[in-house]
Design a protein around this ligand. Structure first.
Ligand code: AMP
Ligand code: ZN
Length: 501
């Protein structure tokens, strides 16, 4: 099946689903805006990165050779008060900004592993690409689309809008006048020729601690510039896919596009994908009004928002039950239902894989065969329809009813052909393990205590990733510590399982 020929992607640039055609057949360049590493990664971030992980996984499944670049923002992302988020985090904790970046980058990576997200092909840091950013500022100045003012350099938005009609506003889908109005309320407007102009290089103030030399001043790059410079460096000036959360459309992505045009004269990415927001009990998750839950609280159940802990794979399944472009509301009821759905799917896959083809006896294609093949096709059509995991999961549930009937002897072995069973085994496993990235954490010990189960799954996943990285000391340390408290870990073909000794 040549799935890539049928892949349709919703492109924020056109506001439509489009046939996906990569620039170079067989290859995909994908850039996703990464985290700003100044505090613990929150669940909303996890949802967005999990959405793009599934997109990456599906592109790989389709047979593309994918270069997936996801950056680490460790400078330049300012708070509303104009202070660098990294420097602010460092001051509060009395640390070097790089200590802050290191601490939260490690935490971010750990959490990505817990959610079983694949590592990107390249993970560039903004602070590691200051010369590239300075070069880009110079390019934009050379093309007359920026101006220097007291050591800072500003992008000239009205001039850009005039030179490249229809580009500014294209990704957020808003008209220039509205965007101009929005930017009027932003702070630090005094040096700009127009309120919509934005800094691509900022002269440091005495209190700024993350600073570099440039032809214009000692200072630091504007936040939007890092993504323009790093995507160009690793994927070229025109590449296939650019992703990020919805909230980055404006100003971040609008300004990124403007900078790339300004420096290279062409549109950076052909397809712009935006993941929707994660809500908690119907409201935007926000630390300031207490409407928030951390991933760890969700796993342990230590939060008033949940009645118990949920394993990382249940949370991942919960996220995949919604399409990435829909908002997703975290509720305890939703998670309880997802836990049941996840277990059902894992049980179904185990059952399916355990049926030998020799137990199946149809010799010509049957109605059940056709129904099973339809379910498989529906699952892949769902994925081809803008990576709709919700549809793909529903199709697998439909398929499970035939296999369950076979196991319960409501369907005779003569109603399914061996090759259809084999096709189902491969497709279901491919979708669950490789595309959805769901690990089976249902084979652990006592189920009565879900908090312990969630924690044990988390620990075993951390150990599995240590083993995958050949980090034997960490893996042994985890096993020995568990032995000491009376928990035995067994390594098997399907991964590790545990029991109380
Ligand atoms: P940040 O670290 O704030 O730059 O965000 C990293 C990524 O997480 C960006 O793509 C954001 O759009 C995304 N993001 C932030 N908040 C949420 C949320 N509540 N739900 C989903 N994604 C989010
Ligand atoms: Zn970005």
């Amino acid at each position: 099946m040549n799935q890539e020929q049928n892949l349709k992607i919703y492109n924020s640039l056109s506001g439509k689903k489009e046939q996906f055609t990569p620039i170079t057949p067989g290859y995909v360049g994908m850039y996703v805006c990464g985290p700003t590493v100044y505090n613990d990664v929150h669940l909303g971030n996890c949802r967005t990165f999990t959405s793009f992980d599934v997109i990456y996984r599906y592109l790989l499944h389709c047979g593309f050779k994918v270069r997936y670049v996801r950056n680490i923002t460790d400078v330049g992302h300012l708070t509303d008060d104009g202070e660098d988020r990294m420097a602010k985090g460092a001051k509060v904790a009395q640390l070097e900004p790089m200590e802050v970046a290191q601490r939260y980058t490690v935490g971010f990576h750990d959490m990505m592993r817990v959610f079983n997200n694949l590592t990107p092909s390249i993970e560039p840091r903004a602070t590691g690409h200051i010369p590239e950013q300075i070069e880009m500022v110079q390019e934009i100045l050379n093309r007359g689309l920026a101006y220097e003012q007291n050591g800072s350099v500003y992008f000239n938005v009205p001039k850009f809008a005039e030179s490249f009609p229809g580009v500014y506003g294209s990704v957020s889908g808003r008209v220039l006048d509205d965007l101009y109005q929005e930017t009027r309320t932003l702070k630090n407007q005094d040096e700009k020729a127009h309120p919509a102009d934005f800094a691509i290089w900022m002269k440091a103030r005495p209190e700024d601690i993350m600073v570099w030399k440039s032809p214009w001043s000692i200072g630091f790059p504007g936040w939007h510039l890092e993504c323009s410079a790093m995507s160009t460096k690793y994927l070229g000036s025109n590449f296939d896919i650019h992703g990020g959360g919805n909230d980055l459309k404006f100003p971040h992505h609008e300004n990124e596009i403007a900078q790339n045009h300004g420096a290279c004269g062409c549109h950076p990415a052909n397809y712009w994908l935006h993941a929707n927001m994660l809500l908690l009990n119907g409201k935007k998750m926000s630390k300031s009004d207490g409407n928030t839950i951390t991933p760890v609280q969700l796993f342990t159940g230590e939060s008033s928002f949940v009645s118990k802990g949920y394993s990382p794979m249940v949370v991942r399944f919960f996220m995949l039950q919604a399409h990435y472009r829909s908002t997703l509301d975290i509720t305890d009821e939703g998670l309880l239902a997802a836990e049941k759905g996840y277990r059902k799917l894992m049980e179904f896959n185990k059952l399916l894989q355990s049926i030998p083809s020799s137990a199946i006896t149809a010799t010509a294609e049957t109605d059940t065969d056709r129904a099973i093949l339809d379910c498989i096709q529906n699952a892949f059509e769902g994925m081809n329809d803008d990576f709709n995991t919700a549809i793909a999961i529903a199709a697998l549930n439909d398929l499970s009813s035939y296999i369950n009937k076979l196991a319960n002897q409501q369907l005779a072995p003569s109603e399914i052909s061996p090759w259809v069973l084999e096709r189902a085994k491969v497709a279901v496993n491919d979708l669950i393990a490789n595309v959805f990235g769901l690990l089976d954490d249902t084979s652990g010990g006592g189920k009565e205590d879900n908090t312990i189960e969630g924690l044990m799954n988390l620990i075993l996943e951390l150990r599995a990733s240590a083993r995958a990285n050949k980090d034997w000391p960490t893996s042994d340390k985890i096993r020995d510590a568990l032995t000491e408290i009376g928990v035995t870990v067994k390594d098997g073909k399907e991964g590790a399982s545990w029991s109380k000794s």
